[in-house]
Design a binder for this molecule. Structure first.
Ligand SMILES: [Zn+2]
Length: 446
C-alpha cells in the first residue's frame, strides 16, 4: 500500500511499526462550536482509513485528542455565562453525536487536555531544562533555532517566515517565530505552574498525548491541510528535541472543503453545520459526496453536487434492497456463495485504488460498476449463490466506504405477503397486486 507522506512529499510503501498494527492519531476538535461540514472531511476520510485497515486485518489503534481549554472556549464561556467545562461538554457531545450520525467508527481513546495537565506542565518543564524553551514574565516559549529541520513538513523556509513574523513582532521573544508553550493569563480558567498561573499552548497537547497513549513514534499522524503550519510543524519541533523523532512515519493531510468555491467561515456567514445538513440529506449521500474526491484535493460543496450524490445514493440503496429482498423472499440469505468472476475483478480494482494512497474517487467508480453488474445479474436471474456473492461484495465495499447499508430480514408474515404479491402480479390481478404493494410499502418492505 502506498501513502503520500507530506513530510517527504512522496508516496511511500506503508510499513507498520508493529506487525498487523496501525497506530494512528488525528488532531481532534476544539470544542467551542458546532462542527460544520468542512470539519467533517478529516473525520470521514480518516474513518475510511480506519475501516480499510480493519478490512485488511490490521488492528487499528486510533486516538484523537479533545482540546477542551483554549481562548475560543474561554471567550464562549464568558459570552454564555457558564464554565469552560460546560461549554466543552456541550460541544464535545455534539461532535460525538455527529460522528455517530455520520456512521464513523468510534476512536479508541479521546484524551482531554484538562485531564493531562500534569503531563503537559512536566513536558514544558523538560523543554526548559534542556534549553529548548525559555520563560519570560510567566510565559514560556519554544526556541525554534534549536531545530535544524524546522519548516520541513510545511516546506517553509525559516528566513521567509521570519520576515513575515517580524511584522507582528513580540518583543518578549528571542526569535519572532518562537511559539508559546505556556501562556500567562488571568482570563478564564487557569492552572498553577512553575511559571505562575496560566494555561498551555495548543501545540504541546498532541505531542504529550501521543507519547502518553503510544509511548513512542506512531504510524500515521493526520489532520486537515491547514494544520501543517504552524501546528504540525511545531508538534514535530518539540518531539524532535525531546524524543528524537518526528512523531509519525506518515503525515497525512486532508484538503479543504469550499462552499460554492468560497472558503467556508463564520465571518463570511456561509457555514453549514453537520446536523443541519443531515436532517435534510441522507448521511450516506453526504459521505458519498465527500469521498468522491481524492482526499488531498480540495472539494467544492454546492447544492448541485450534493443533489447528484443524493440521486446516486438512491440508486445504490435501491439495488442493494432489491437484491436483499430477492434473496430473503427465496429464503436464500444464508446460502453458500458462488464466486462471480466479474465482481471479484471489480473488488480487486476497488482495493487496488485504495492501496494507491486511498484513492476513494477511483474506488467509488468501481463501486458503481458493481452496482451495474448486480442489476445485470438480477435481470438475468442469476443463481441464489451468485446473488449471495453479489450481496457480500456490496456489503464489504459498503463497510470500507462507511455506508450504512443494512436491511432487516423479513418476518414470516412479510415473506408471505411478498409471495402473494408476486403471485397476484403473475396472475395479472392488478387490483390485488396494488393492494398488496401498498401494504408492503406501509410495512417498509418495498
Ligand atoms: Zn495536533
Amino acid at each position: 500500500m502506498l501513502i503520500y507522506n507530506t513530510y517527504t512529499r512522496k508516496k511511500e510503501e506503508f510499513k507498520p511499526i508493529e506487525e498487523n498494527k496501525v497506530k494512528m492519531y488525528i488532531c481532534g476538535p476544539t470544542v467551542y462550536n458546532y462542527i460544520h461540514i468542512g470539519n467533517a472531511r478529516p473525520v470521514l476520510f480518516f474513518d475510511l482509513v480506519h475501516r480499510y485497515f480493519n478490512y485488511l486485518g490490521y488492528e487499528v489503534e486510533f486516538v484523537s485528542n479533545v482540546t477542551d481549554v483554549d481562548d475560543k472556549i474561554i471567550n464562549r464561556a464568558i459570552e454564555e455565562e457558564v464554565t469552560e467545562a460546560e461549554i466543552a461538554k456541550k460541544y464535545l457531545e455534539y461532535f460525538l453525536e455527529c460522528n455517530q450520525l455520520l456512521n464513523a467508527l468510534p476512536f479508541n481513546k479521546m484524551p482531554k487536555v484538562t485531564e493531562n495537565m500534569d503531563e503537559m506542565i512536566q513536558f514544558i518543564q523538560d523543554l526548559v531544562q534542556h534549553g529548548y524553551a525559555y520563560a519570560v514574565d510567566g510565559d514560556v516559549y519554544f526556541r525554534i533555532d534549536k531545530v535544524r529541520e524546522y519548516g520541513q513538513l510545511s516546506g517553509k523556509k525559516i528566513e521567509e517566515l521570519e520576515v513575515g513574523a517580524r511584522i507582528a513582532e513580540d518583543s518578549k521573544k528571542e526569535n519572532p517565530l518562537d511559539f508559546v508553550l505556556w501562556k500567562k493569563t488571568d482570563k478564564g480558567i487557569t492552572w498553577d505552574s512553575p511559571w505562575g498561573a496560566g494555561r498551555p499552548g495548543w501545540h504541546t497537547e498532541c505531542v504529550v498525548m501521543i507519547q502518553k497513549e503510544f509511548q513512542g513514534k506512531i504510524d500515521i499522524h493526520g489532520g486537515g491541510t491547514d494544520l501543517q503550519f504552524p501546528h504540525h510543524e511545531n508538534e514535530i519541533a518539540q518531539s524532535l528535541c525531546m524524543h528524537g523523532h518526528n512523531l509519525a512515519n506518515y503525515w497525512m493531510h486532508v484538503g479543504r472543503l469550499g462552499l460554492n468555491n468560497e472558503k467556508m467561515s463564520k465571518s463570511l456567514g456561509n457555514v453549514i453545520n453537520v446536523k443541519d445538513l443531515i436532517e435534510k440529506v441522507d448521511a450516506n449521500a453526504f459521505r458519498l459526496f465527500m469521498l468522491s474526491v481524492h482526499y488531498r484535493q480540495p472539494i467544492n460543496y454546492t447544492e448541485e453536487n450534493i443533489q447528484l450524490a443524493v440521486r446516486e445514493w438512491q440508486k445504490i440503496k435501491t439495488t442493494f434492497n432489491q437484491l436483499h429482498l430477492k434473496l430473503d423472499v427465496a429464503g436464500a440469505l444464508d446460502v453458500q456463495e458462488e464466486k462471480v468472476a466479474e465482481l471479484e475483478e471489480l473488488m480487486h480494482q476497488f482495493t487496488t485504488a485504495l492501496d494507491d494512497d486511498f484513492n476513494t474517487s477511483n474506488a467509488i467508480t468501481h463501486f458503481y460498476s458493481v452496482i451495474k453488474e448486480v442489476n445485470k445479474m438480477m435481470r438475468a436471474k442469476a443463481s441464489e449463490g451468485k446473488c449471495k456473492y453479489a450481496l457480500m461484495t456490496l456489503q464489504s465495499m459498503a463497510y470500507i466506504l462507511g455506508f450504512d447499508l443494512k436491511k432487516k430480514r423479513l418476518t414470516l408474515e412479510e415473506r408471505e405477503l411478498m409471495k402473494s404479491w408476486e403471485a397476484a402480479r403473475k396472475a395479472k390481478d392488478f387490483t390485488k397486486a396494488d393492494e398488496l404493494r401498498a401494504k408492503l410499502q406501509t410495512l417498509n418492505v418495498l
